[in-house]
Design a protein around this ligand. Sequence first.
Ligand code: ADP
Ligand code: MN
Ligand code: MN
Ligand code: MN
Length: 362
Amino acid sequence: MTSAEDYRHNPTLLAPYLALSQGGKIMAEYVWIDGEGGLRCKTTTVDAPVKSVSELKEWNFDGSSTNQAPGHDSDVYLRPVTIFKDPYRGGDNILVLCETFNSDGTPNRTNHRFHANKAMEAAKEHVPWFGLEQEYSLLDADGWPLAWPKGGFPGPQGPYYCGVGQGRVFARDLIEAHYRACLYAGVEIAGINAEVMASQWEFQVGPCEGISMGDHLWMARFLLIRCAEEWGIKARSFLVSFHPKIVKEGEWNGAGCHTNFSTKEMRAEGGYSAIMDAVKKLESKHMEHIAVYGSENELRLSGKHETGHIGQFSWGVANRGASIRIPRQVAQQQKGYLEDRRPASNIDPYEVTGIMISTCLL
Ligand code: ADP
Ligand code: MN
Ligand code: MN
Ligand code: MN
């Protein structure tokens, strides 16, 4: 088995340079969310290894090039919020997740973390935990799922979920590299599995407390896209898609980002009543939640393919066709967590965890 360190751009050419001393300095890759909900990054040299974000400078970038600011007032500021280890550069080099701010000091339009963090602070005493299941699809350069017949379909769903063997799972090497990159970086990745649609995968992140859920999910996405970039150059063409319904015709599952949620009260003995309270509150705010649960999610929440219909809130124990599922073992033990199955794969996790807290706790 190879380590994340082996998955570099053209490692043969790079190898002698990777062995060079950095002269005590480190590279800090600042990462942020752009105007389309994609990710951007740029690197700065730092004089010595750092332990906390307070040692890092506030930086800026040209927001007119990322759909985050107009050309006549284009500076957008990057404020470091979380540090991860850099699996691509290794050593003391780091990845720095940032919030974005406009020149007048207000949070950028895309900075949902800023608002979610206020809700998290207000609800701190409840010690909210989240676990997100990020589903995604791998596409070929032509935008059709990887390894599918061109313009056609593979055999029907069934063998692909948690599949093993040729013709059942695709690109396991890329998925493995991503998993290892996450572990190295310090991302709280909880597991991976092949999904129901061929060339669809899932990774889980969590449980994470409060605002750190969004931080870890965004960094896991960054690492996935970054690994896939190398695969494209080295071997094949890979695009990672977070679209919730890649294949619209036929019997194919969409992609979601199930949001598992609990509080201190729900996890305690007899916490089931706190879970039911939350379900009732979620029911009363169904459409408000749907509004931030991803774009084109209406294509996915059809009431088929393991979803509840977008127009109708529902819940049930062990029911994968409901908006909210209570895991069987949670009902048995009368404590634990709930699973909100509505969020699409292309959500901003700060928006989703933020509204969850506002609805259920504030
Ligand atoms: P599924 O059966 O829906 O596919 P997964 O195993 O893929 O479930 O994901 C379950 C998620 O729930 C994991 O990300 C895990 O971290 C999270 N989780 C487990 N316990 C809790 C909890 N008490 N609060 C919040 N999230 C939790
Ligand atoms: Mn899952
Ligand atoms: Mn899944
Ligand atoms: Mn799930």
